[in-house]
Design a protein. Structure first.
Length: 261
């Protein structure tokens, strides 16, 4: 059985290859192409590797590309820093245990509860593990079953969350999908991540479309505007921090700001 992470590695290569035009890499257009983007042999040529070897990589066969090969592929495919880092992560060997839901240490829990602005803790799968009173007022995590307390699941399948973002929902949701993709691929095949992926696919046609594009983005701070049923329009600046105790834990803080800016 193919390694799910290797499959994602190959799928990511294919998705980047199909997005890249010959002109973008200095190649002549050539004869009429049956598919979009570069041909496999063109990528292999640009990366300085054998065509058969590249085909094996893209097909997700059990092969272990060296750091030099991964770097060469990143240059050939004109990958961004985030995309290059993602390809490196997928190429790494090494056993990985099954995912288990994280536990928030008491000191971090007390810190979150003491913050005046909306704040919550998420784990590797983006499950919401802890939150403060201010976050409860805005997001109402406590009203949800534990299995539904997941930031991507809420964004993609929860009607209340979608309404709160209004016309800006698609932009925020699409970026979140690309951010989650970078996490998911490293855990590809894990039952907990597979279960979440199934729920997202069943609950959101937009997710299915965006997921198929295999875009990846890093975590970014920014601004969000939401409409609350009783508080009205809310403008926040959000940012996140990793915990030294457990890098899998992420503290997300929403600071109120004036206007949409």
């Amino acid at each position: 059985m193919a390694d799910p992470r290797r499959v994602e590695f190959g799928d990511f290569l294919r998705s980047r290859r199909e997005k890249l035009s010959p002109k973008a890499v200095g190649l002549p257009p050539g004869a009429r192409r049956r598919t979009a983007g570069l041909r496999r042999e063109e990528v292999a040529q640009l990366a300085g590797i054998g065509v058969d070897w590249y085909i094996r990589l893209e097909q997700g066969r059990t092969v272990s590309p060296s750091v030099t090969t991964v770097d060469a592929l990143a240059r050939a495919l004109r990958l961004s820093k985030t995309e290059h880092a993602h390809l490196k992560a997928l190429a790494r060997d090494g056993a990985r245990g099954a995912f288990t839901r994280e536990i928030v240490p008491p000191p971090i829990l007390r810190l979150v509860e003491s913050l005046p602005h909306p704040a919550y803790i998420t784990g590797r799968r983006w499950d919401v593990l802890a939150w403060n009173a201010a976050a409860e007022e805005v997001f109402a995590f406590g009203r949800l079953p534990e299995e539904d307390r997941n930031t991507l699941l809420l964004m993609m399948t929860n009607k209340r969350t979608r309404r709160s973002y209004g016309a800006g929902w698609a932009d925020v949701a699409k970026r979140m999908v690309a951010m989650f993709r970078a996490t998911h691929d490293v855990w590809a095949g894990d039952p907990a991540f597979a279960e979440l992926l199934t729920r997202l696919r069943q609950g959101s046609p937009e997710f299915v479309k965006w997921w198929g594009a295999h875009e990846v983005h890093g975590t970014l701070s920014g601004r969000k505007t939401m409409t609350h049923p009783t508080k009205g329009v809310l403008h926040f600046e959000h940012t996140s921090f990793q915990a030294n105790d457990d890098p899998a834990l992420k503290l997300v803080i929403y600071t109120p700001v004036e206007g949409g800016g």
